[in-house]
Structures are given as C-alpha cells and as structure tokens.
Design a binder for this molecule. Structure first.
Ligand SMILES: Nc1ncnc2c1ncn2[C@@H]1O[C@H](COP(=O)(O)OP(=O)(O)O)[C@@H](O)[C@H]1O
Ligand SMILES: [Mg+2]
Length: 340
C-alpha cells in the first residue's frame, strides 16, 4: 500500500473555506483517524484524498507521486461509507467482484480474489445471498470486501460503523483493526467518536473548523492535548476546566487547569496535590466506576471513585488530584502550557 502526503490543502465551497492549509503525512501501513465534531471537514478531506472532490490549493501525493490532478480511478483508493452502498440486486459474490469486473480483470483472477476476500472476512457461506438477506454487520463486511478486493493504494472509511448497534460496533472495530494489521493496509478512518479513534488508531488527527489541531498517538492526544479543544474532545466524561485560582494556584486568571474526572477522587488526608471542596450534588453510577458531581464555587466538577458508600449528596466533599495528572492551558489562546 501507499504512503500519503498532503501539503497545503485548501478547499472551499463558494466563499466558504472548508479546509484550511492542511499538511499531513501518513505512513505506508498506518492506521490514522480523522476525528472531530460534525461539520469540521472530515468527509470533505477524505473525498479530496480519493479524488471525488477537487482541491483549490495544495498537493496530494502517494508514495511521492503527485496525484493532485488524477481521477479517482487512477488514484486506486477504496472508499467505504456508512451506508454500505451495496448493489441490492447483486449477490454478495457479485458485489465483491464488481470493481474487478469494471477493470476488466480476467475471470479466473476475479474468482481467486473474491475467494480470498471472502475468506479474509469470513463471508464464504454468504456469497450467494442478496444484501437484504444479510445483517448490518455482514453488509458492512461485504462493503469492506468490495473495497479490498482490488488491492487499493489505501482504504478510506467514512464513519463505517455508525449505523451498527453498540455491541456489533465494538466487534467490527476489532475486525477492522485485525484486517488492517494482517494486510498492512494504509487506512484513513473518519469518525466523530473519540473512543473509536482511541481504540483503533496508530495516530489521530483531531480536526476543528477545517484545521488539524493535533496529530499524535492516542495516548499523546489523551495525556498531552495540544489545546483545550483537543482536551475537551478526547476522553469521556469530559475533562474539567477550572480557573487555576480555584485550585489554589495564583496566576491572575491567565491559566485554566484541566483535570480528567478519572484523576480526581475523594482522598482523605491528602494535602500536597490539587484539592477542590464543595457540595456533592450527584452520584452517577456507571458499573465499576462512580462519577461524583461536586459544586465548587460556581463550577460543577466531576470526579470519580470506585466505592461511593458513605458519600451523601448534599454533604461537603473534597476531591484531590495529583498535579502531574493535570493539564494547564493559556486562558487566552487555549494552548496547553507545557510543564517546565
Ligand atoms: N457539496 C457541498 N457544498 C457546500 N458545502 C458543503 C458541501 N459538502 C460539505 N459542505 C460543508 O462543508 C463542511 C464540512 O462538511 P463535512 O466534510 O461533511 O464535515 P464532517 O464530515 O466533518 O461532518 C460543512 O459545513 C458542510 O456543510
Ligand atoms: Mg462526514
């Protein structure tokens, strides 16, 4: 498969700039996610890479070769969409074979490739079925089969799991990851689901308003977010943001402290760390972990603990955190202030 380099990509619809001076290098065999809220330009960027959309500025190259002016077919990129887009009147076998037939590949090679794709995806028993005789997960697998059957330069997936129910989504996630590793595919995976991106990716490109905010490994975007936007978009429940003064730091209001709920817990007797006291408003039990909402000044702060027995809503509660787990942001720019 191919490496992909995007340089200075700009894309507008009419007068509206959708993608703004985007630079990104994707390695051969890398699994990268485009993550961001709805409307930030993820799909547009995917279509620009595949050639379905033209760009206004910049260049796109695969393995160092300029692809900017080439058609989608010449770029040999496979796309998988959320709605599968299978041909309803064609059996699974023919759906998977379709791109090869279009390329007028010899029929015995088509048969071999379809058998290989079916085996790779566990679809052997379903080859003669029509799409409406398949479950959602099976349909999604056929769409992936159709995408990989012609050995594309890269596999681009646009929210491919969004239509599946929660348990199937989790299962398909691991399947996609296994397949990507096995075939050493270059995969670009578009999602608005931060958990999906964290679990799947080698790297995540976090986007906002057509601008990449940070490109890094899942653990880096989680632990060392570039700015407050990335910090708020990654992790669930969301990171708490507080004026530093509330946590006993003296900095004239120029700093925001960010602490993840998982790092903030009732810990009796600790005085060395960050400490926040207020009225416990609510205990939200989520199985193995319990989230605690505490009203600190006029900020609702969320902490977490393993055992909430003895905690009563209405009572005062002190939550503490190790300062090393906190992030600090410039209140003006939102950028993270790196520890000295
Ligand atoms: N064909 C189009 N014409 C005009 N505006 C578009 C078109 N396609 C997308 N947009 C706009 O571009 C922005 C980014 O859209 P999109 O790439 O679909 O976002 P995402 O996939 O991140 O949800 C949105 O504001 C959307 O309304
Ligand atoms: Mg989209």
């Amino acid at each position: 498969m191919a490496s992909i380099t995007l340089s200075g990509i700009g894309k507008s619809y009419g007068k509206v700039d959708i993608l703004k001076q985007l630079d990104l290098s994707i390695a051969d065999g890398e699994f990268i996610s485009f993550l961001g809220p709805s409307g930030c330009g993820k799909s547009t960027l995917l279509y620009c890479i595949s050639g379905l959309e033209d760009i206004n500025t910049g260049t796109i190259s695969f393995d160092g070769q300029d692809m900017t002016e080439l058609s989608p077919r010449e770029r040999n990129i496979a796309l998988v969409f959320q709605d599968y887009a299978l041909y309803p009147h064609m059996a699974v076998r023919d759906n998977i074979a379709f791109p090869l037939r279009q390329q007028k590949v010899a029929s015995d090679l088509i048969r071999r490739q379809v058998d290989w794709a079916a085996e790779t995806l566990g679809l052997e028993a379903l080859l003669d079925r029509l799409p409406n005789e398949l479950s959602g997960g099976q349909r999604q697998r056929v769409a992936v089969g159709r995408a990989i059957v012609r050995n594309p330069a890269a596999l681009l997936m646009d929210e491919p799991l969004s239509n599946l129910d929660a348990s199937l989504r989790v299962r398909m996630r691991s399947e996609i990851r296994r397949l990507q590793r096995e075939l050493k595919m270059t995969v670009i995976f578009v999602t608005h689901d931060q958990e999906e991106a964290l679990v799947l990716s080698d790297r995540i490109a976090v986007m906002k308003d057509g601008v990449i905010q940070q490109v890094a490994s899942p653990m880096t975007v989680y632990k060392e977010p570039a700015n407050q936007f990335v910090a708020s978009f990654i992790g669930s429940p969301q990171m708490n943001f507080l004026p530093a003064a509330l946590a006993g730091r003296n900095d004239n209001g120029g700093t925001i402290i960010g602490i993840r709920p998982h790092d903030l817990s009732p810990a009796a007797g600790r005085t060395d760390g960050i400490s926040l006291t207020g009225e416990l408003a609510f205990v939200e039990s989520a199985g193995p972990i319990h989230f605690l909402e505490v009203m600190v000044g006029d900020h609702m702060v969320k902490g977490a603990c393993a055992d909430p027995s003895g905690l009563t809503p209405g009572a005062q509660l002190t939550l503490t955190a190790d300062p090393r787990s906190a992030c600090f942001f410039d209140a003006q720019s939102g950028n993270r202030i790196k520890p000295q």
